[in-house]
Design a protein around this ligand. Structure first.
Ligand SMILES: Cc1cc2nc3c(=O)[nH]c(=O)nc-3n(C[C@H](O)[C@H](O)[C@H](O)COP(=O)(O)OP(=O)(O)OC[C@H]3O[C@@H](n4cnc5c(N)ncnc54)[C@H](O)[C@@H]3O)c2cc1C
Length: 430
């Protein structure tokens, strides 16, 4: 029977950050990954906010498998055949603490897990943790097969959105459809020079796009596109509740999204080389599991640490920061006498210190706000009608913008007061 101070389950961004932090603090640490290698089973849209590395790995940029540094943000509203976009160009966003970059998970996760190994953590791959081992009511280790257990003082659950161990630890009830969205992604290969020319980027620069409106066929959700070095990541995140209510398959939405003229312009001539699907937690701060218990901590997506406020989509940076906070909490608990539920409660303090819980609480209303159907169908259509009337000059008599807006608001069928409230609530929650 093997024994470690800490077992971390899952070598995604959260698990590797936790294992790296724990190993550095002198804990004997086992990092268990069910995939053939870290990242083999991982998927995400493609952009990572780099701020957690400033302290954790200050030299990260030297060998991190960065595809491109994001210097341009785009937000596009789509109707069936038109698009209205906002583009924010900021080369300085590629530098400093606020930098973000595009990445491919197979390379990124492998790089990050290696950092944890270099710090002393033991990584085992191709092994799935089946259950927690409990003794006297507290978690004492894990089962990797029915009769094969590994013992530890602490288990860090970093299993991702569909974590079963969180439920087995009694920290959360089963996931409900309203608590998850479905994400799909296609990797579309394009020559690096084509990407640079088409998107107006240098060899190292990258662009990020968020698509709203008919990207998700009016269901709650949206589309994304990130430029990698020689491919683009194109995908959607759509409410699973809406998919089952409207009986639509997400693949059908992705096919239509890919064929939209505004998207086709960007991926023309490209070859789809990979397709993947994954769940996204949409818990909001109020619906998160308990984050700690006797001998157990929960990090990353397993804890529901994801912010989707309509213009930024953050999971990886929160996963990394929560992994670091878990390592710090374990150290504090060890100093206080052991991995008891009372001592591990300090985890929340470390999460606040890194603004993980603070940001989640600040945007806790966003999932509720983004539940309004009209944000995804009525308003994008209205914006497009307004833009069309603004820019059409055909000699039939021009209207002032104010009159166009009032007229379109009236034909949208949503009372003006409700629109005003939507606008105010949006500004407050997003
Ligand atoms: C379509 C889509 C687009 C996204 N886009 C972005 C984006 O652009 N930027 C961003 O920041 N976030 C994005 N996210 C969210 C991001 O992917 C997650 O927030 C992030 O991956 C969470 O990291 P994690 O380590 O908690 O979990 P995961 O990345 O899910 O890693 C969990 C790991 O645990 C392993 N595992 C699971 N169960 C076991 C077990 N029982 N035993 C052993 N190993 C196990 C898995 O194989 C996996 O390697 C996106 C998500 C989706 C689905």
């Amino acid at each position: 029977m093997e024994q470690f101070d800490v077992i971390v389950v899952g070598a995604g961004p959260a698990g590797s950050a936790a294992a790296l932090t724990l190993a550095r603090r002198g804990f004997s640490t086992l990092l268990v990954e069910r995939g053939r290698s870290p990242g083999a089973k991982g998927m995400f849209g493609g952009r990572i906010y780099a701020w957690p590395f400033a302290e954790l790995l200050p030299e990260w940029a030297k060998d991190c498998p960065i595809e491109r540094r994001v210097v341009r943000e785009n937000l596009a509203f789509l109707t069936d055949d038109a698009s209205l976009g906002i583009s924010f160009d900021a080369p300085k966003m590629a530098q400093g603490r606020g930098a973000s970059f595009t990445a491919l998970r197979a390379k990124f996760d492998a790089w990050f897990a290696k950092k944890a190994q270099d710090a002393g953590a033991v990584l085992v791959t191709g092994i799935r943790v089946d259950d927690l081992w409990r003794e006297d009511g507290r978690v004492r280790g894990v089962f990797v097969a029915p009769n094969d257990r590994v013992v530890s003082d602490l288990v860090v659950i970093a299993e991702g959105a569909t974590s079963t161990l969180v439920r087995k630890a009694g920290l959360k009830a089963d996931l409900e459809p309203r608590e998850v969205s479905v994400g799909v992604k296609e990797t579309v290969e394009l020559p690096a020079e084509t990407i640079q020319e088409r998107f107006g980027l240098s060899e190292t620069e990258g662009a990020a796009y968020v698509f709203a409106g008919s990207a998700s066929l009016g269901l709650r959700g949206g589309g994304f596109l990130y430029t990698n070095r020689a491919s683009v990541s194109l995908g959607l995140v759509v409410s699973s509740e809406d998919l089952s209510r409207k009986k639509v398959e997400i693949q059908e939405i992705q096919t239509k999204f890919r064929m939209h003229p505004a998207v086709q312009r960007l991926i023309r001539g490209g070859k789809v080389v990979e397709y993947s699907a994954h769940l996204v937690p949409e818990l909001g701060a109020g619906m998160m599991p308990r984050l700690s218990g006797d001998g157990v901590l929960v990090v990353g997506d397993a804890a529901g640490f994801l912010i989707n406020n309509g213009y930024t989509f953050r999971g990886v940076d929160l996963a990394i920061a929560s992994g670091v906070a878990a390592g710090e909490a374990a150290e504090a608990a060890r100093a206080a006498g052991g991995m008891t539920a009372a001592n591990l409660k300090a985890y929340e303090r470390f999460l606040h210190r890194r603004n993980v819980l603070t940001d989640l609480e600040r945007f806790r209303r966003a999932p509720l706000y983004l539940k309004k159907d009209r944000l995804f169908n009525v308003y994008p259509r209205m914006l497009m009608e307004i833009a069309e009337r603004m820019y059409t000059v055909d000699g039939s008599g021009k209207e002032r913008l104010f009159d166009v807006v009032l007229d379109e608001a009236a034909s949208a069928g949503v009372p003006k007061l409700k629109m005003l409230l939507d606008l105010l609530q949006g500004a407050r929650s997003m």
